[in-house]
Design a protein around this ligand. Sequence first.
Ligand code: FDA
Length: 287
Amino acid sequence: MTRSGPGRSITARFVAGEGLEEAVSVAKQLDRGRITTMLDHLGENVATVRQAGDARLAYLNALARISQEPGLDCAISVKLTQLGLDSSVQECLSNLYPILEAAGEASTFVMIDMESHPYVDGTLEVLAQAHGRFTTLGVCLQAYLRRTERDVFQLPPSVRVRLVKGAYLEPPDVVYHDKSDVDAAYARLFTTLLARGHRIDAATHDPALIEGVRRRVDATQNGWSRVEFQMLYGVRRDLQTELARQRYPLRVYVPYGTEWYPYLTRRLAERPANLWFFLSNAVRASK
Ligand code: FDA
């Protein structure tokens, strides 16, 4: 993919690059347009303790680099299966704790991505244990999962939550599959999180949901002190620019690294037009 022209163009649209410096350079560029960032060192489901240690090191390097840019508001986001969750909660925590300590030194925070549904219990357990020691840790919740409307009441008090629709192909008994049901669950969860005093990252590119969030937060006293919009690097850049222009708080999730394949596959699956764009360019390039 990265060696062919069409492959390079679609990868470059969604992934900042293979190296940390490319990600930092994207973060600085977005910062100039009043957009804050969150770096994701790509990778998931590592097979060995050593690979989990490599992922930890990559995050420690990212945090050391972020701390060299004092004016840059840049957090990080981690996938727990990259830090050893498949092995055990303890193994995962042993990799996560040094990252949380380094994030504190870099005056930033760490978010946990939510992966496919078999990992939800483990993820919430890691969150519960680690949040007791580090309040600079937050978690992503998926509105398409039926269980999320119960999970939301078990969260550590005031933990930061990133609310998304959900990106994995899941069996119908665990998720809502009609868009209208997912959107309604998203709106209900947002209301619950706001009422329960959480800090919320409204992570969506859906204009109707964004408008709903905007109306609700505008009507809440000091609402914008604990809500921000979040979007993915390369998705709806027009909307990103417009929200930033209107001075709404917006953070962009910036993935980088060599393990981009599963991430890219999810982005292609979300929007068939992306796949069509890739295939038509591939056919043109082969002529
Ligand atoms: P929806 O899919 O309805 O899209 C709304 C509009 O946005 C589309 O009509 C289109 O214009 C545009 N759009 C959306 N996706 C696009 C794409 N790939 N390419 C081009 N245009 C696109 N999921 C998860 O399961 N675990 C996680 O940890 C995270 N983390 C995360 C962080 C952040 C900051 C964001 C924004 C999203 C995630 N996600 C995620 C992904 C999320 O679950 C969801 O799959 C995507 O955000 C797409 O859903 P939307 O809410 O944008 O709505």
